[in-house]
Design a protein around this ligand. Sequence first.
Ligand SMILES: Cc1cc2nc3c(=O)[nH]c(=O)nc-3n(C[C@H](O)[C@H](O)[C@H](O)COP(=O)(O)OP(=O)(O)OC[C@H]3O[C@@H](n4cnc5c(N)ncnc54)[C@H](O)[C@@H]3O)c2cc1C
Length: 489
Amino acid sequence: MTLDDTRLSRRKFLGAGATAVAVVAWDVNTGSWLTAADAAVSSPAATPVPPQLAGKLVTDEAALAAAADDFGHIISRVPQAVLQATSAEDISTLIKWANKVGVKVAARGQAHSVFGEAQAENGVVIDMNGLNTIHELGDDFAVVDAGVTWEQVLEQSIPLGLAPPVLTDYVRLSIGGVLAVGGIGGNMNQDGMVIDNVDSIDVVTGNGQLVRNVSARRKADLFDAALGGLGQAAIITKARIRLAPVSALVRVYELTYTDAGAYLADQRTLVADGRFGYHEGQIVSDGAGGWNFKIEVGAYYNPPAAPDDAALLAGLSPDGGQVISDLPTEVWYSRVSFAEAQLRQIGLWDTPHPWSDLFLDDASAEQYLTETVLPTLTPEGVGAGLLLLYPFRSELLNRPMARVPEGDVVWAFDILRFPFDPTLTDALLAENRLLFEDAAALGGNFYPIGALDTTPAEWEAYFGPLYDTLLANKRRYDPADVLTPGQDI
Ligand SMILES: Cc1cc2nc3c(=O)[nH]c(=O)nc-3n(C[C@H](O)[C@H](O)[C@H](O)COP(=O)(O)OP(=O)(O)OC[C@H]3O[C@@H](n4cnc5c(N)ncnc54)[C@H](O)[C@@H]3O)c2cc1C
């Protein structure tokens, strides 16, 4: 397609609305799109829009408003345009052009970020939904475009008896969006993070180079920079992800504790012996304004074999009761999608979600829980949401950009807030800051999916010894700093 064709198709597209006007160029001085008439007047500053795009570059109000929003509904940064990309080549062309004219670019998967991470103020947002092909499903791998969701992978892999070894709790997230942040979930104690289960990726770097088959053996520095790399060095366009045999059923054990110390002790026992395939845990309301603790573990199995309950629960001492249930594994993998339907019904899916997501140091977890978390938490601040608190073994994490605290065991602590009162947002953002600062003082870190207004110094501390690597990656792969401004690094 030539530039003229591109102009033509864009005109055709924009012509659909009564007030739509064709954009034909970009004004580098004002940082805005130009119509044919504008471009003629201000021609010295006018740069043609990127040629040879197969996808559409749209600037209509609805598209811009959508790209200025996300699941958090807290931050809103309006881009100049949205590229509805259909190929890696499109992304490469767009980014080369962005380098030339100095425009920021961010990939947008399912926009389940909560703090503007996939937004690009006055820049171009790349809508990844058009990169939606599952190319190949093998015995132990799948080759998928980055815009595909994990749910779509499961729809095809489960009938073959396969699934990714580690999944996020919610699977309506894009491959690229999760690989950009790391991906934690209940199977981590067997197989690490989601990014630890990727064989290779195709990427477009920040200088617009399309690089295929990037792996731990081939262009390892780019592999390391992209996985868990928060979109700073490259946009992932395709991934070869691992698949493993999936059991038909999972037996889920919910063990309740009234005492924080007993809960933490049993969690440590479980993480040390790894007896369960699935292992998470929660802080739950006791119904009287206080909090209990719940270990949530699961044993995957294929009938007629069945889990040995007595052996699996040996040595654990929940004092608040236990619930045991059997579920088809595919239903278990979709559990948050069922919760989504309920939250939509009560009108809390599209309201502000000031989530807090942290990693805690093991040695100070009890102190942090009793001195910071429990005195700070309020039922109103959680609303219809969920509080996760569970340990995982850091030795299984192999991708350097996923930053977790030192130590063999690390705790994930997430407040997945669905407040009933949206006016609480500012107060809850302040609470997130307090929770983070106390965690950081005790050796903790943040997981960069939450609603936390992070300072440059805090980002430097986040990357720790890898901060220099981040800067070197930027210099090498995104020297004009066009990529992923929404992370605010
Ligand atoms: C209900 C819910 C449940 C969740 N559960 C979990 C969980 O269990 N475990 C967990 O780890 N996380 C969880 N998350 C967080 C989620 O993993 C991240 O927010 C993830 O980044 C969202 O994916 P997305 O496709 O919506 O990405 P987006 O929000 O679209 O993008 C996220 C970031 O990744 C960048 N990005 C997007 N696509 C690409 C790409 N192809 N290449 C490079 N960068 C890209 C964006 O620019 C942005 O910075 C949950 C979120 C929600 C809303």
